[in-house]
Design a protein around this ligand. Structure first.
Ligand code: NAD
Ligand code: IPM
Ligand code: MN
Length: 366
């Protein structure tokens, strides 16, 4: 089969990790008889440098015309890059938010799974890790604080900045359905995370989730306050199956969940609307501190490409093959720097490799 894949390489490590995901996809194409036609789409800092804006209307149209989009990451060092001298709506991140909104990508799935081979990279103690964990964060992606009205104004000579957090019943219902549907294919548990002891939007969230839950009697579900959830994630990550939460909480908790799986470089991500289209990207950012060094971990991007095969292209066998190749490469003791064992003593048991070599090793195992 033939597929039209939009590619947003982006900034920082973006182009380095996307190159490896394409390498793996091309190997899948060769082995299973598919063609992936790539179309580069500019977004983020590179688009600012080229067009003066982080995302053009043409780029949105390009993305819409693709079967799916594979993305690296966008943005720079937020303290030093000249992009951050620009007004907020012209910065790299504004491009990503605009794209999510334009494509109505309201459901962001971030699976956090601890490979047994990466136990030594996990900062948690062995008895907490137990026989490992496997959770998925279902993060609402087009509402909440990210998309509320905001302003900065001077009041009596003092600057006052406001961000607003709004959710409608419709927005909550559709993401809750995604979470319960996802749980039905997993271990049938949903933990809905909110701040209902303080926020109106969270109280509405709870009520709507309660209603949606009625349609899924097989799914065990619970509510958990976000501060407790942040703590429980490191205390006992095994208790979680699907975590359902709003945009900002999901952003923060997914980075936390990534670290308990060893590294942000392992955490894949897929954003969906109600069609087969998806935007697939690692959960981490452009990592300006390691960009250009050839050491970034491409696995999150490669696993995101596997999700693209599974969810947008219905190529389950091919997605399984990519996931198995990732597992095998870890079993064969190859590690990028971020997933090296935490203890010095264990480091001699593995071989450290760079971004391109990791991509090669995974492609060879397809
Ligand atoms: P970051 O995720 O880029 O980096 C945080 C830390 O994780 C850094 O030490 C980095 O080296 C490490 N890291 C991240 N990905 C890695 C990988 N694949 N392999 C090895 N190590 C990796 O977060 P940040 O530094 O807070 O943000 C940097 C920029 O990235 C900002 O401009 C931010 O807005 C942007 N960002 C973009 C996305 C995205 O494109 N989806 C996501 C998060 C952050
Ligand atoms: C992510 C990123 C983005 C977010 C930024 C770059 C806007 O951190 O995808 O997790 O906060 O959603
Ligand atoms: Mn984030």
């Amino acid at each position: 089969m033939e597929f039209h894949v939009g590619v947003i390489s982006g900034d920082g490590i973006g182009p380095e990790i996307v190159r490896e995901a394409k390498k793996v996809l091309d190997q899948v194409g060769k082995k299973y008889g598919h063609t992936f036609n790539y179309e580069e789409i500019l977004m983020g800092g590179i688009s600012i440098d080229t067009h003066g804006v982080p995302l053009t209307d043409e780029a949105i149209a390009q993305a819409k015309a693709c079967d799916a989009v594979l993305m690296g990451s966008i943005g720079g060092n937020t303290a030093t890059s000249p992009w951050y001298q620009l007004p907020a709506e012209k910065r790299p991140e504004a491009g990503l938010l605009k794209l999510r909104k334009a494509l109505n990508l309201f459901a962001n799935l971030r699976p956090a799974y601890l490979y047994n081979e990466l136990r030594e990279a996990c900062p948690l103690k062995d008895d907490i890790i137990g026989d490992g964990f496997d959770m998925a964060i279902m993060r609402e992606l087009t509402g909440g604080l990210y998309f509320g009205e905001r302003e900065t104004k001077e009041v009596d000579g003092i600057l006052v900045a406001t961000d607003t957090l709004t959710y409608s019943e419709t927005e909550i219902k559709r993401i809750a359905i995604k979470a319960f549907e996802s749980a039905m294919k997993r271990r049938k548990k949903v933990t809905s995370v909110d701040k209902a002891n303080v926020l109106d939007s969270s109280r509405l969230w709870r009520g709507v989730v309660d209603e949606v839950a009625q349609d899924y009697p097989e799914v065990t579900y619970e509510h958990m306050l976000v501060d407790n959830a942040a703590m429980q994630l490191v205390k006992d990550p095994r208790q979680f199956d699907v975590i359902l939460t709003e945009n900002m909480f999901g952003d923060i908790l997914s980075d936390e969940a990534s670290m308990v799986t060893g590294s942000i470089g392992m955490l894949s991500s897929a954003s969906f609307n109600d069609t087969k289209f998806g935007l697939y990207e690692p959960s981490g950012g452009s990592a300006p501190d390691i960009a250009g060094k050839g050491i970034a971990n491409p696995i999150a991007t490669i696993l995101s490409a596997a999700m693209m095969l599974r969810f947008s292209f219905d190529l389950d066998q091919e997605a399984d093959a990519v996931e198995a190749a990732v597992k095998q490469v870890l079993k064969d003791n190859y590690r990028t720097i971020d997933i090296m064992p935490q203890h010095e003593a264990d480091r001699a048991t593995v071989q450290q490799v760079g971004t391109a070599q990791m991509g090669d090793l995974i492609a060879q195992r397809i």
